[in-house]
Design a protein around this ligand. Structure first.
Ligand SMILES: [Mg+2]
Ligand SMILES: [Zn+2]
Length: 220
């Protein structure tokens, strides 16, 4: 008897679940002069995200309370994301958030929208009014990422499950090649087009939900 392949979803956070890249907005708002040069070196691929974030955080100044307020006041989630989660729960499709952003704001957004799902991300603390990053999910094989998303993809593939990946940015590049079904927008969509990686374009989770229903055999 052949067992049916199960789907598992890995999903980016910043700019994918949320309306904007929160990590980037924090940097734009609270980092002093010099951050843009470092950011641009990251965008050009000359620095990995771990190196870039560590350097940029040296230039920040903000209290923990102000940072909390900033996160609470300025960001929201894709309005169809809860419906997408409900569908995945019904179908027993596990959804995990993998982020090269930070636990600090992911937890605040989850709390705000009463979302309860597993996530892996970098750690952010405010120490003496300066942001401090830790990277517990770095991978020695990859010198670039803070949280290297490929390791979570590999675990899913090792189980023999099909990987559904959803993302929008630079930190989704490596993992996008491991996806069985890929949803991409913005930078990631351009990257996939340029590199011949097949993907479903999306702007909201409503479109992802429609495709996923077809793929998972909602037709029975
Ligand atoms: Mg993103
Ligand atoms: Zn990596």
């Amino acid at each position: 008897m052949q067992t049916k392949k199960s789907f598992e979803v890995l999903c980016d956070f910043d700019g994918t679940i949320t309306n904007e890249d929160i990590g980037f907005s924090i940097i734009q708002t609270f980092a002093g002069p010099g951050w843009l040069e470092i950011e641009e070196a990251y965008q050009r691929g000359e620095k990995g995200s771990r190196e870039a974030m560590t350097e940029i955080f040296q230039l920040t100044s903000v209290s923990e309370k102000d940072l909390q307020q900033f996160v609470d006041d300025n960001f929201f989630i894709d309005p169809y994301f809860p419906a997408f989660l409900d569908f995945c729960r019904q179908k027993e499709i596990k959804v995990t958030v993998v982020s090269d952003g930070f636990d600090f704001y992911i937890e605040r957004i989850f709390a705000k929208y009463k979302l309860d799902l597993p996530y892996f991300a970098n750690k952010l603390q405010v120490v003496e009014k300066r942001l401090k990053a830790d990277f517990p999910y770095r991978r020695s094989e990859c010198g670039q990422c803070g949280t290297c998303k490929l390791q979570f993809a590999e675990k899913i593939k090792q189980k023999g499950n099909s990987l559904v990946y959803i993302g929008d940015g630079h930190s989704d590049r490596c993992v996008s090649q491991a996806a069985d079904i890929l949803f991409a927008k913005d930078f990631l969509a351009t990257y996939c087009r340029e590199n011949g990686i097949e993907f479903h374009a999306f702007t909201t989770f409503a479109e992802i939900l429609t495709v996923l229903k077809t793929i998972t055999g909602e037709e029975g």
